[in-house]
Design a protein around this ligand. Structure first.
Ligand code: G16
Length: 552
C-alpha cells in the first residue's frame, strides 16, 4: 500500500466524453499520477471478490513511457489480487489486437496504453483506457465511475518496493509475481492471435494471387504499433514483396511523425501514390493501428466513402458472405453508408462520435459494419475499429473484383451518388473561446431553423442527442447540426481527444446525384457550406485564426 502523497486529479482539464485518460507524457510522469487512475479503475470494477479468477489483458502502442507504465500496472494488478495478466511481448499490443485477445481469451477486461494518433516521445502524448470483457471501450457509466473515484482515493496498492527489478516483457512465457493470489504474468505473441483471426475473415488465397500477379502495394504504418502486424500478414502470410510495409518498425517517438493517417499527416504516402509508377494500392494506419486510410493511384478515398464501398461489396468477402445485419456510422460521418443500407434493405444507425457507442449494437447483433469519418472502420470481429482489417477488406475486394481502388469508388458514386465531404479542424483554440463559440451557436439554433442562405434552405438546426436502442441510455449535446434540404449538412463539435487547448471540428457534406458533377474538387463543391459555417459560428473572429489548421 502506498499513500498518494500528491492528490492529483488525473482528469483535471480534460474535456468530457473521452473513453480514457490522454495527457502529455510529462503529466503521466508525475509521481502517483498513473497509479491514481489505475487504482481508481480497479476500485470500481465489479466482482472484486473474484479477482483471483480474473484475467486482464495489458499492452500499448509502444510509445515513450509504454514500458514504464506496463511495469507499474503489473505490480498494481498483482497487489490488487488479479489472477493473471496477458501482456503483449515488449508491452506491445495494437488496440484491435488487444480487443481480439480480450475476446478470444475470455478476459475480464484489458488496459490499453495509447494516445492513438497523437504524437509520441518525451514531449508527446500518452494515454490509458480500459476495455470491458466484450473487447470494447468501457461505456460511460464505467468511465464516469473511474473519474469520480480519482477525486476520492488516498492510497493505492502495489507490490513494488524501492529495489524491485523490472519484469522481463520480451521473453514469451509465464512467470509469477507476488501479491495475494501470486499473479501469473503471461507474455504473449503480440501478433499471432490477431493474424489467425484475419485468416478466418478474408480470402487469403485470392489476395496472395493478387500480389503474385505483380500488383504492388504501399502500407505505411507510421513507425507505430501497426508495423509488426502488417509485416506478418502482408509480407509474411500474403507474400507481398519485402518493403511493401514502410515505416514498419515501432519507435517510441514514431520517428518524429504525427501518426495520424490522413492527407494532412501522411504526405509521404500521398506523394508515393502519385503518378503512373505509383503502386496499385496505398494504405496507412495510426499510432495504435485502429485507424486506416485507403488510397488508389492518384486517388484518396474518404473514410465515409470507404465504409459505404465496403458495405456495398461486403458479400464478396468470406467473413461477410452471409450479408450484413446493419450498418452504423457516427453522426458526423457522411450519409453515404445510409444509401447502401437502404439499397440492401438493412437498418442503418447514427450514433454519437466514439467507438464505444457501437458496442451495444454489435453485441446485440444489430449491425455488422461500423465506421467513422475520423478514419475508423470496423466490424463485429472485435469491438474496436481496426486499421489492418480495413486494409485487408479493400485488398480482398481488389483481388476478387479485379478492379482498381478508383474504379470501385467511381462505380459506387455512379450507382449511389457522391457525398462530397470534408472536415475542417481549428486546433489550439483557447478553451474559453471554443466554449463561447459553441454556447453562442447553441443559443442561435431556434432562430436558424427554416432560414434560407442563398440556395441553401435550413430544415433542421439542433444539438444531436442519442438514445441507445439496446439499453435506452441517453447521450445529449453530441454536436450541433445544420441540416439543409437536399441532404447538405454542417456539423460542429469540439474534439474530445486533444491535449492542448480546444479543437473545433467542422464537418461539411453535400450530396450530388448527377454523375456529370462527380469530379469537382471537394472544397469547391462545399464552398457555400464553408462560408456559411464561418458566418453562423463566427469561427474566424472567435478563434482568432484565419484558416483551419487541418483540412481532411
Ligand atoms: C477516438 C474514438 C473514436 C472517435 C475519436 C473522436 O479515436 O475511439 O471513436 O471517432 O476519438 O475524436 P475527436 O473527439 O477528437 O473528434 P482514437 O483513435 O483517438 O481513439
Amino acid at each position: 500500500m502506498s499513500a498518494l502523497t500528491v492528490p492529483t486529479q488525473p482528469f483535471a482539464g480534460q474535456r468530457p466524453g473521452t473513453s480514457g485518460l490522454r495527457k502529455k507524457v510529462t503529466v503521466f510522469q508525475q509521481p502517483h499520477y498513473l497509479e491514481n487512475f489505475v487504482q481508481s479503475l480497479f476500485d470500481i470494477l465489479p466482482d472484486a471478490d473474484q479477482r483471483a479468477a480474473q484475467t486482464l489483458v495489458l499492452g500499448g502502442d509502444g510509445r515513450f513511457h509504454n514500458r514504464v507504465a506496463v511495469q507499474t500496472i503489473l505490480r498494481m494488478a498483482a497487489a490488487n489480487g488479479f489472477g493473471r495478466v496477458l501482456v503483449g511481448q515488449g508491452g506491445l499490443l495494437s488496440t484491435p489486437a488487444a480487443s481480439a485477445v480480450i475476446r478470444k481469451r475470455a478476459a475480464f477486461g484489458g488496459i490499453i496504453l495509447s494516445a492513438s494518433h497523437n504524437p509520441g516521445g518525451p514531449d508527446g502524448d500518452f494515454g490509458i483506457k480500459y476495455n470491458i470483457g466484450n473487447g470494447g471501450p468501457a461505456p460511460e457509466k464505467i468511465t464516469e465511475a473511474i473519474y469520480q473515484r480519482t477525486t476520492e482515493i488516498t492510497a493505492y496498492q502495489t507490490t513494488a518496493t524501492a529495489d524491485s527489478a523490472d519484469l522481463d516483457l520480451d521473453t514469451l512465457g509465464t512467470t509469477t509475481l507476488g501479491g495475494p493470489a501470486g499473479m501469473a504474468v503471461e507474455v504473449i505473441d503480440s501478433v499471432a492471435l490477431y493474424a489467425d483471426l484475419m485468416q478466418t475473415l478474408f480470402d487469403f488465397e485470392a489476395m496472395r494471387g493478387w500480389f503474385a500477379a505483380g500488383h504492388r502495394m504501399r502500407m505505411d504504418t507510421m513507425c507505430a504499433a501497426g508495423g509488426p502486424y502488417a509485416k506478418a500478414v502482408l509480407e509474411g502470410l500474403l507474400g507481398a514483396p519485402a518493403g511493401t510495409v514502410v515505416n514498419g518498425e515501432p519507435l517510441e517517438d514514431f520517428g518524429g511523425h504525427h501518426p495520424d493517417p490522413n492527407p494532412a499527416h501522411a504526405t509521404e504516402l500521398i506523394a508515393a501514390m502519385t503518378g503512373a509508377a505509383a503502386p496499385d494500392f496505398g494504405a496507412a494506419s495510426d499510432g495504435d493501428a485502429d485507424r486506416n486510410m485507403i488510397l488508389g493511384r492518384d486517388f484518396v478515398v474518404t473514410p465515409s466513402d470507404s465504409l459505404a464501398v465496403m458495405a456495398a461489396h461486403a458479400t464478396k468477402v468470406p467473413g461477410y458472405a452471409a450479408g450484413l445485419k446493419g450498418i452504423a456510422r457516427s453522426m458526423p460521418t457522411s450519409c453515404a453508408a445510409d444509401a447502401v443500407a437502404k439499397a440492401l434493405g438493412i437498418p442503418s444507425h447514427e450514433t454519437p462520435t466514439g467507438w464505444k457507442f457501437f458496442g451495444n449494437l454489435l453485441d446485440a447483433d444489430r449491425v455488422t459494419l461500423c465506421g467513422e469519418e475520423s478514419y475508423g472502420t470496423g466490424s463485429n470481429h472485435v469491438r474496436e475499429k481496426d486499421g489492418l482489417w480495413a486494409v485487408l477488406f479493400w485488398l480482398n475486394l481488389l483481388a476478387v473484383t479485379g478492379e482498381s481502388v478508383e474504379s470501385l469508388v467511381r462505380g459506387h458514386w455512379a450507382r449511389f451518388g457522391r457525398h462530397y465531404y470534408s472536415r475542417h479542424d481549428w486546433e489550439g483554440i483557447p478553451t474559453d473561446r471554443a466554449d463561447t463559440l459553441m454556447t453562442a451557436l447553441r443559443a442561435q439554433l431556434p432562430a436558424l431553423a427554416g432560414q434560407s442562405f442563398g440556395a441553401l434552405t435550413l430544415e433542421t438546426a439542433d444539438d444531436f442527442a442519442y438514445t441507445d436502442p439496446v439499453d435506452g441510455s441517453v447521450s445529449t449535446r453530441q454536436g450541433v447540426r445544420l441540416l439543409f434540404a437536399g441532404g447538405a449538412r454542417v456539423v460542429f463539435r469540439l474534439s474530445g481527444t486533444g491535449t492542448e487547448g480546444a479543437t473545433l471540428r467542422v464537418y461539411l457534406e453535400r450530396f450530388e446525384a448527377d454523375p456529370a458533377r462527380h469530379d469537382l474538387p471537394p472544397q469547391d463543391a462545399l464552398a457555400d457550406l464553408i462560408t456559411l459555417a464561418d458566418r453562423v459560428a463566427s469561427i474566424r473572429s472567435l478563434s482568432g485564426q484565419a484558416a483551419p489548421t487541418v483540412i481532411t
